[in-house]
Design a protein around this ligand. Structure first.
Ligand code: SF4
Length: 433
């Protein structure tokens, strides 16, 4: 830990501080990532009257089943319409087949209000135009059901881009603000309901409002958007969604991401500045929660301080998490890899990272594995495919996908976020004892 959290909180990064101008190693080679279909695993739980129909192959269906296997306790709100040999050989009209599947689905699940047709590698190979299909089906089933489409296919993407594509597809359909609407805040990126409720309470105490969330919990609660909308990204992987919101006139509030005590405070501060909240009110609204969070984080410092960590590029959460681990827990960052580096969205995160941090963008998995083995970090953050081999070589790992399935944003979750990283180290110590 370079400085106590309290003093970190009040300092804003100088424009050229940290890693703002740091060189980035760009690699293009074989990658080890899941495709964008994975996003359905958390999105289907968030929008409670939506359904995700993947138009794909048995491989896509298997991915969905194995990724969601442990979470299914009721009828899931996703399924795969399998493209089979007859579709691939052109013997069947895939559009007719799709229409029939959708008819059957909507008859069986009358609670569905929003249906996403999710494209895959196979649907793209046979050039099935899902946006046209969505338009046709939407006309047929509106106003009860709106049908949208996006691509979850995965050759050149990473798994969190599925959420970006989904939200970007929603943005053009959001209702407009009424003329002369007062400034409103839109929080963008799927958050666990419990986290959303905490932020809603905090914004209420700060006197910031109206506040809406994208995605909403129900299709009927789509937020209005327009030039009076100020939006805060809650997730760092939403480049296309941000672009679509800006095309509707919304303005992004520049902030780090709400991970850890510092990130959460700065994120809230950005909204407070935009809505003219007085400093005393800000302190009064945030002090108790931030002090409690600092204590919760501190409990893990003894375990993590001075330990080294290496990030393989996977979730796009790597930079904000690395910033949290370095500044609030004193970990040493050996390499922070990210699939894509969005310099504008990451400007504040880059400025907060310790100077000299090795940054990489994209992946050449063999070269990166060599660097990792040479450095022998205490902890490696990586995708599922790399974790087991690295564990068998004696390295401790943390699955990056856990970071999107676990509520980690905000003050109340800061201790849990720290624990996600201390747990594998504790486990290895116990195994070694
Ligand atoms: S990579 Fe392509 S084929 Fe494989 S599961 Fe994802 S969408 Fe389906």
């Amino acid at each position: 830990m370079n400085a106590p959290v309290a003093s970190v909180l009040v300092r804003r990064p100088a424009p050229s501080a940290g890693c703002t101008d740091a060189p980035v190693l760009r690699e293009r080679g074989q990658r080890e990532v899941f495709c964008g279909l994975t996003g359905i695993m958390w999105l289907h739980r968030k929008i409670q009257d939506a359904f995700f129909l993947v138009v794909g192959s048995r491989t896509c269906a298997h991915l969905m089943q194995s990724a969601a296997g442990v979470m299914i306790f009721a009828e899931p709100r996703f399924a795969t319409a399998i493209i089979d040999d007859r579709d691939l050989s052109g013997l069947a009209d895939a559009n007719d087949e799709l229409d029939r599947v959708v008819e059957r689905l909507l008859a069986r699940r009358p609670e569905i209000r929003l249906l996403f047709l999710v494209g895959s590698c196979p649907s793209e190979v046979i050039k099935l135009d899902l946006s046209r299909a969505a338009g046709r089906l939407s006309q047929r089933h509106s106003p009860q059901v709106r049908v949208l489409s996006y691509s979850g296919s995965g050759i050149e993407t990473t798994f969190t881009q599925g959420e970006d594509a989904c939200l970007a597809a929603l943005v053009p359909t959001l209702p407009p603000e009424p003329a002369g609407a007062p400034a409103s805040l839109l929080v963008v990126g799927a958050l666990a309901d419990v986290v959303e409720d905490q932020f809603t309470r905090l914004f209420g105490e700060l006197g910031i409002g109206p506040v809406a969330f994208l995605p909403p919990r129900r299709a009927a609660d789509m937020p209005r958007v327009g030039p009076a909308t100020r939006y805060l990204l809650a997730q760092p992987f939403l480049a296309d969604t941000a672009k679509a919101l800006e095309a509707r006139g919304a303005t992004r509030l520049d902030a780090p991401f709400p991970l850890g005590v510092e990130g959460t405070t700065r994120w809230l501060q950005s909204a407070a500045d935009a809505f003219g909240v007085k400093p005393e009110r800000f302190t009064a609204a945030t002090r108790t929660a931030s002090e409690r969070a600092t204590q919760a984080v501190t409990r893990h410092r003894a375990q993590l301080q001075g330990k080294s960590i290496f990030f393989f590029p996977d979730s796009q959460l790597e930079l904000p998490i690395a910033r949290f681990l370095a500044r609030e827990l004193g970990m040493r960052l050996l390499e922070v890899g990210t699939p894509y580096l969005h310099r504008a969205h990451m400007a504040q995160e880059l400025a907060l990272l310790p100077e000299g941090t090795a940054l990489s963008e994209g992946q050449h998995v063999e070269r990166q594995l060599d660097r990792c083995r040479t450095l022998q970090p205490d902890l490696v953050v990586c995708g599922l495919g790399l974790a087991n081999p690295l564990e068998s070589e004696g390295l401790s790992t943390k699955w990056s996908i856990e970071l999107v399935f676990t509520p980690i944003q905000g003050y109340e979750q800061a201790g849990d976020l720290a624990e996600l990283f201390s747990r594998p180290l504790v486990r290895r110590l116990r195994l070694a004892a």
